[in-house]
Design a protein around this ligand. Structure first.
Ligand SMILES: Cc1ncc(COP(=O)(O)O)c(C=O)c1O
Length: 417
């Protein structure tokens, strides 16, 4: 049974589960695969464990036990979690191509001339709304191969330049992200390129599954960081969604790890201009549903109108609440993180990275969300996990929001004077 609820500018769908079927999560996200991903990622140049930042003063202000932000804005030189997925898909591509065992797979070997002599130079291709393409470009260059990246016409120059900086060719496609995905597939087929897409479709699931598995390195890191603070699992996880691959990997990982015991409550957050996961939950027929149009939102990484079907399969079974919010919620999240309460660390977050904290703030400080709050049971014992999925990946937009106050909070939802 599901309920739709809309107040205080947050649209929420509460999914009341009779029981959760975690079998798919266990199949897709076994902990051994997460360990392999982390083992390989730890060999990457510049790898270190990103911070799990605690914001105790904000937690106190909002009346919750703990607010923890896994800061992927600090992920190597790439400012985003995305590289963890793309690089793992490339590792597995070469593992298959060369018939290597897990033990034989190493970054040292994959970057060697000996390896390239065996495989030849491969061209990897993908569509992106910025961060995934940057990660694939970086990983292709690091492994000594080529890269073609497809972006849509609304993609900012800063995001395009960041991809080109790693030697990739960038093609701009008229339309939105979903058009770029389709064109990339057509061109790759013609040219014999390997598609490394983070979204899935009928007959194309292996690579996107590996990308999702690659993201779980950050969750293994988070678990290590939680356990050093005496926390077994977070009680709630807020996670943002574009095509839903990140959300499915976070939610699938925890669902499999917890195995039905002390599983956190999962909240999926999207922009209300591109809420394809929300729409799928609302339709409630078990199938993914698209939204179309310009998908115009400041949350560039979340501007996707077509859910990844394999991600949706995990989300429909395991997510507890689906939310969609306006752009100013993300902008407020960015400002909260960048100008913290005294004693809390400063976190530089982009629009897509900050929306989940913005959503929590909106949920807890405005009236009208009682039903969702009651269902989520967020209280002074809750330890809530957020993933800051990107840092300042679009500096002009970042300045407009943080310095110039763009995407202002409407007066009726602003802090009272
Ligand atoms: C910064 C950022 N956060 C979140 C996401 C959402 O990931 P997904 O499309 O897998 O839902 C993206 C996707 O590009 C992103 O760039």
């Amino acid at each position: 049974m599901q309920k739709v609820h809309s107040e205080s500018d947050i649209d929420s769908i509460i999914k009341v589960h009779e029981t959760k079927d975690i079998s798919l999560a266990k199949k897709m996200f076994p902990v051994e695969t997460a360990r392999l991903a982390r083992h390989l990622h730890s060999q990457l140049p510049g790898y270190y464990m990103t911070r799990l930042a605690a914001l105790p003063n904000l937690a106190n202000m909002l009346g919750v036990g703990g607010i923890y932000v896994k800061n992927e804005g600090e992920r190597m030189e790439l400012n985003s979690f995305k590289v963890m997925g793309g690089s793992f898909a490339l590792f597995k591509f070469f593992q298959d191509k060369l018939g290597l065992s897990d033990d034989e797979l190493s970054v040292d070997y994959l970057t060697s001339d000996e390896c390239r002599k065996k495989t030849g130079i491969i061209t990897f291709a993908s569509a992106t709304d910025g961060n995934h393409g940057r990660g694939i470009a970086w990983a292709s260059k690091m492994l000594g191969h080529k890269c073609m990246i497809y972006v849509h016409s609304e993609t900012s120059q800063a995001r395009i330049d960041a991809i080109k900086a790693y030697g990739a060719t960038v093609k701009v496609i008229p339309g939105n992200y979903d058009h770029a995905v389709h064109q990339c597939v057509v061109d790759a087929e013609k040219n014999g390129w390997e598609v490394i897409s983070d979204t899935s479709w009928d007959g194309y699931t292996e690579v996107p599954t590996r990308i999702m598995q690659g993201y779980t390195t950050m969750l293994l890191e988070a678990q290590k960081q939680f356990s050093s603070q005496g926390i077994e699992y977070p009680t709630h996880v807020f996670v943002q969604a574009g095509v839903g691959a990140l959300a499915a990997s976070v939610i699938g990982f925890y669902a499999a790890l917890c195995n039905g015991v002390n599983t956190p409550k999962f909240i999926v957050v999207e922009p209300n201009k591109a809420g394809c996961i929300f729409e799928s939950a609302k339709e409630d027929d078990g199938k993914p549903h698209n939204v179309d149009g310009s998908l115009s939102t400041i949350m560039a990484g979340l501007a996707c109108g077509e859910p990844s079907p394999i991600a949706w399969d995990i989300l429909k079974e395991n997510a507890d609440v689906f939310m969609q919010v306006p752009d100013y919620v993300a902008a407020r999240g960015m400002r909260i993180l960048a100008t913290p309460l005294k004693g809390d660390p400063m976190i530089i977050s982009g629009e897509s990275g900050a929306v989940t904290l913005g959503a929590l703030y909106q949920l807890l400080t405005l009236p009208g969300n009682e039903e969702v709050k009651k269902y989520l049971d967020i209280n002074q014992h809750s330890n809530i996990l957020f993933i800051n999925t990107e840092g300042n990946t679009d500096p002009k937009s970042f300045r407009q929001i943080i310095w110039d106050g763009a995407d202002q909070v409407p007066a009726k939802f602003a802090t009272e004077r």
